[in-house]
Ligand binder design. Structure first.
Ligand SMILES: [Zn+2]
Length: 80
């Protein structure tokens, strides 16, 4: 069963936010960085609190698919 994302409130969007994916659990995975062309993108899941493990090495073209893949698997619901 898929949780309807609309039952949860979207968190505030930080200034460094580049992309946001909704998860199957109804939470969000954020991709943040100092800038669009930065090589220091990282992803963080609001549901399970997992994050990318080597943020200094991730460019947007690399981390986009990793963040989207996590969003497609994570069933943790947002607790705040
Ligand atoms: Zn997660």
């Amino acid at each position: 069963m898929r949780t309807d994302p609309s039952v949860f409130t979207e968190p505030a969007r930080p200034e460094a936010l580049q992309l946001r994916f909704v998860t199957v659990g109804g939470s969000y995975v954020d991709v943040t960085s100092p800038g669009h062309d930065s090589g220091k993108h990282r992803w963080t899941c609001h549901g399970c609190k997992d994050t990318s493990h080597f943020p200094e090495q991730d460019y947007l073209h690399s981390i986009r698919s990793k963040a989207n893949e996590h969003a497609g698997l994570c069933r943790a619901i947002p607790l705040t």
